[in-house]
Design a protein around this ligand. Structure first.
Ligand code: G4P
Length: 529
């Protein structure tokens, strides 16, 4: 494959705390980029659409997005080549962080949206930490400058201090809130200004010869200009120059100011992703990492979405392509069970007007319809000779016992729990002693989803009861060490769906206590799949 192909994709996500403006920014990126389509809209047809909309009830009731999708747009790059942007939507609600985390394993970079009045909020921080685990490069977007916000220096320094990143402002707000007069690009010396009644940016940025250009004095108010000159001067002294290598290594973040609502900064973000964000990166794998320009097709499943049609238990597995040129009809072998599957009807989200396209390149996402064969974490490859590593499972923060209203439904329950854990909706733990199964989730909402799906899809009426445990850790060590630990702690031991040993702890204090007492056992809060 030639380099132009592997270099033409920018696969990224937006991370933020709820309400910071991710949805608004997504819309504006798609509008500005002339989006091809919203994948979620296209996939569901006929019966599937009805089923899907039933399922969406929970989303509607809660006013949040439970499912995530892939959005694609294109533009022509500086050298005339076409750049395809794959924006993976990550559900922003706190309760769905696990799904969000997994989506972040499938991107090459991320935009971090921060509310200018609030700075870094807890969810932003959590998601940032996941990006850091994989050195995912971050572009920072400080949103809502059309409203009163905090001092730009304070905001930038908060990013630097809280996230331990080098920061480089790329643009600067000329005032905020009522005094907002536009965004000054520190890179290109262009000013984008509010226009019309809505005070939006309409695409008419003006270029100047720098902040001392006399024409700028005619464009901005004297106060705004003076402040901008002073602040931009200070910023130039206080922060280093942009260094693309440091950014791509995840050590430095360029910072853009803007207002998604009023369209400020959106063009700059697209430009930044096109110019600075990395094309498909090599993927950690065994026996060796996968280079994006490798000939053989490889990819991995980062998300499974079920219930497109409950009659048929259809699922769509989302595969991120890591290398090779995928062609429709190709046979790929999932690492999970080794039997090749022919991918006849891939859903390719970048396909301009078609749902089913013929080829996909590294960085693209393919939706593979299947009946439960494909699981989150599976590697798919042509020769079944490689396994992608580094996809984490997170320790659940809420554990519940599952109690059946009708005890004859045990078999159905087991199947349902296995299925849903495979999909990543919940984690399931089968205690070594006692018959009551335990489910683990990272957020309360997942429990509601679980109960409603058990009932709707598996006809199993279940109740969730308090479990005497608060958290779980995957444990590993020498067999003899684990055996003697098991003798003492059997009441706390369980197996996960894949048969891995798990310690169910009464509290995080208990975890610490056990770690101290059993230095030869590793207690892990995440498990690689
Ligand atoms: P989220 O996906 O990160 O949760 O945030 P979302 O885009 O839904 O934005 C949350 C709220 O912030 C929305 O207002 C949205 O209009 C507003 N917002 C987003 N970007 C900007 C911006 O640049 N400037 C200003 N002033 N507001 C912004 P809402 O009142 O909660 O919703 P709506 O009723 O306006 O849709």
């Amino acid at each position: 494959m030639n380099q132009a192909n592997t270099h033409s994709r920018r696969t990224f996500a937006i991370i933020s705390h709820p309400d910071a403006g991710k949805t608004t920014l997504t819309e504006k990126l798609l509008l500005t980029g002339g989006a091809i389509h919203l994948a979620g809209e296209v996939k569901a047809r006929g019966q599937a659409r009805r089923a899907r909309s039933d399922w969406m009830k929970i989303e509607q009731q809660r006013g949040i997005s439970v499912t995530s999708s892939v959005m694609t747009f294109e533009r022509t790059g500086a050298n005339g080549e076409t750049i395809t942007f794959n924006l993976l939507d990550t559900p922003g609600h706190e309760d769905f962080s696990e799904d969000t985390y997994r989506t972040l394993t499938a991107v090459d970079s991320a935009i971090m949206v921060i509310d200018a009045a609030k700075g870094i909020e807890p969810q932003t921080r959590k998601l940032f930490e996941v990006c850091r685990l994989r050195s995912v490069p971050i572009i920072t977007f400080i949103n809502k400058v059309d409203r009163e916000g905090r001092d730009p220096f304070e905001l930038i320094d908060e990013v630097a201090d809280m996230l331990a990143l080098d920061v480089v402002p790329m643009s600067w707000p000329a005032g905020m809130g009522g005094l907002f007069e536009g965004i000054w690009s520190l890179e290109s010396h262009r000013l984008s200004q509010p226009e019309g009644e809505a005070k939006e940016y309409l695409g008419n940025a003006q270029a100047f010869d720098g902040l001392d250009d006399p024409e700028l004095a005619e464009t901005l108010s004297a106060d705004a200009l003076e402040k901008l000159q002073e602040e931009a001067g200070l910023a130039a002294e206080a922060y280093s120059d942009f260094d693309v290598e440091a950014y791509r290594a995840g050590d430095l973040t360029p910072v853009y100011f803007g207002s998604a609502l009023k369209n400020f900064g959106v063009e700059e973000l697209i430009e930044a992703i096109a110019t600075h964000a990395p094309p498909p990166r090599p993927q950690p794998a065994e026996p060796t990492e996968i280079a994006p320009d490798g000939k053989d097709v490889t990819g991995f499943i980062f998300k499974v979405q079920a219930n497109m049609d409950p009659q048929h238990r259809d699922r769509i597995a989302f595969m991120r392509l890591c290398s090779g040129t995928f062609k429709r009809g190709m046979k790929l072998t999932p690492s999970g069970h080794g039997k090749p599957i022919a991918v006849h009807s891939p859903i390719m989200f970048f396909a301009q007007d078609r749902e089913i396209a013929d080829t996909a390149l590294p960085g693209d996402i393919i939706g593979i319809p299947n009946h439960g064969t494909l699981r989150v974490g599976d590697t798919l490859s042509e020769k079944n000779d490689v396994r992608i590593t580094g996809l984490p499972n997170f320790a659940p923060e809420i554990l519940r016992r599952v109690a059946l209203k009708d005890p004859t439904k045990t078999k159905q329950l087991r199947k349902a729990l296995d299925d849903l854990s495979e999909e990543g909706v919940i984690q399931v733990f089968y205690p070594e002693i006692g018959g009551q199964w335990i489910v683990g989730v990272v957020g309360q909402l997942q429990l509601d989803v679980l109960v409603s799906r058990l009932s709707a899809e598996y006809k199993v009426e279940a109740m969730l009861e308090a479990a005497p445990f608060e958290t779980a850790r995957w444990i590993s060590g020498e067999d003899s060490v684990l055996d003697s630990f098991a003798r003492i702690s059997q009441a706390n031991l369980a197996k996960d769906r894949d048969g891995n040993l798990v310690f169910l702890a009464k509290s995080t204090w208990d975890v610490g206590y056990q770690e101290e007492r059993n230095p030869e056992i590793a207690f892990k809060a995440t498990r690689e799949r």
